[in-house]
Design a protein around this ligand. Structure first.
Ligand SMILES: Cc1cc2nc3c(=O)[nH]c(=O)nc-3n(C[C@H](O)[C@H](O)[C@H](O)COP(=O)(O)O)c2cc1C
Length: 373
């Protein structure tokens, strides 16, 4: 198949998949959204995604937020709830192991003006699990039930729940969890197709996600291993889910939401040009500057995105290291422009070669420590 025919084929396939779902009577369209990633998907990154998608994001979600910090009015934690006017509809995701505090936190989310509140049942970090929160809830479904019931009672906005398929390979309990989530009246179920034991390794189990979907009475959003627009279409076609959430793939391919929105409008999914690669970093810096003025932190965020996005460009190994070792923002952009100028026969990105989503070197991507440790 020629590249043109393949591209048209994808447009045709996109015209046949489910493209929206509803939560609490509100349309989520397109049904593909940026999964929450602590240390990554802060307001600046989300606004970047929204901007490069021409505002065509179906839903945006905060990083996970501790209800301990929220209800104690910790200023840093409360700021994490902030979202921009263009981020609509917006979900704030909260975590914790105590029903009362979760309900209290949810009322603060509602007061902040979010459309939805999401309960995190997926975080694998031991310090969170020990207190019964995150994926710890998968081992205590009675507590999960109490938490959903308490949150539902405390707020009028719809409550969604994000889970993993189970704690470990030998204790997969997705269907039991789903029964609790649906029984307590949640508005949608987001399923990351890995167990807590897997962390982020191995592949997500989409067959289990499909099984849950086949029995579901509420929208089911699948999550895991999506890297490019075609993966989105394939997941919707093969597994019948109502929507998909894209995590680490969005760091390699922040254009994926724009590509999907184009496909849903019957247009081909464009690969970003080299100029668009330069532009996205400039745009990110502008958005970072609106939130903070600490040079080191902004440089860190640029490098975080650079480590992923630039990995998908051809033949840029040495130059990429220079970009990532830059000591100042100016140096970062000088090195970035040198890297892009050095690519003479650009034929598109090499996403297929990005196998190790988390980066091979421990120091390559530093983020989300709260979520992991
Ligand atoms: C650095 C990092 C931080 C994350 N933070 C959150 C979070 O705050 N809340 C949440 O529900 N999931 C979080 N996740 C999980 C992602 O939302 C997603 O479920 C997971 O990465 C699988 O999707 P993927 O294979 O597309 O990356 C995080 C993942 C990573 C890699």
């Amino acid at each position: 198949m020629t590249a043109e025919a393949a591209s048209q084929n994808l447009v045709d396939r996109a015209s046949r998949v489910t493209r929206k779902y509803q939560v609490g009577g509100k349309d989520i369209f397109p049904n593909v959204y940026l999964a929450p990633m602590s240390g990554v998907t802060d307001i600046s990154f989300r606004r970047l995604i929204s901007r490069i998608s021409g505002g065509r994001t179906g839903l945006l979600v905060s990083e996970f937020i501790t209800v301990e910090g929220l209800t104690r009015l910790n200023p840093r934690i409360c700021r994490q709830m902030a979202f921009a006017p263009e981020e609509r509809p917006f979900t704030v995701q909260i975590y914790g192991g105590e029903a009362e505090r979760m309900a209290w936190g949810a009322t603060m989310v509602e007061e902040a003006g979010a459309e939805f509140v999401e309960i995190n049942c997926g975080c694998p970090a031991p310090k969170i699990v020990r207190k019964g929160g995150g994926s710890g809830l998968l081992r205590d479904l009675d507590n999960l039930k109490a938490i959903i019931a308490g949150v539902k009672k405390a707020v009028k906005i719809p409550v969604t729940v994000k889970v993993r398929v189970g704690w470990a390979e030998d204790s997969i309990n997705l269907l039991e969890t789903q029964k609790v989530v649906e029984g307590e009246g949640a508005g949608a179920l987001v399923i990351h197709g890995r167990t807590r034991q897997q962390g982020y390794k191995g592949l997500a189990n989409w067959d289990l996600i499909a099984l849950a979907k086949s029995r579901a009475t509420i929208p089911v959003i699948g999550n895991g291993d999506i890297l490019k627009a075609e993966d989105v279409i394939e997941k919707l076609e093969r597994y019948g889910v109502d929507g998909v959430a894209v995590g680490r793939g969005a760091m390699h391919n922040p254009w994926i939401f724009n590509q999907i929105a184009d496909l849903y409008e019957g247009k081909a999914a464009k690969e970003p040009t080299l100029e668009e690669h330069a532009a996205i970093f400039a745009m990110y810096l502008e958005l970072l500057r609106e939130e903070q003025d600490i040079e080191g932190r902004m440089l860190g965020k640029l490098k975080q995105m650079g480590a992923r996005v630039l990995k998908c460009l051809p033949d840029c190994k040495g130059a990429r290291t220079d970009v990532l070792r830059s000591n100042t923002i100016n140096e970062f952009f000088d090195n970035l422009h040198k890297l892009l100028a050095g690519i003479t026969d650009y034929r598109g990105r090499t996403l297929e070669q990005v196998r190790e989503l988390n980066g091979k070197d421990a120091n390559e991507v530093v983020f989300g420590t709260d979520y992991r440790n």
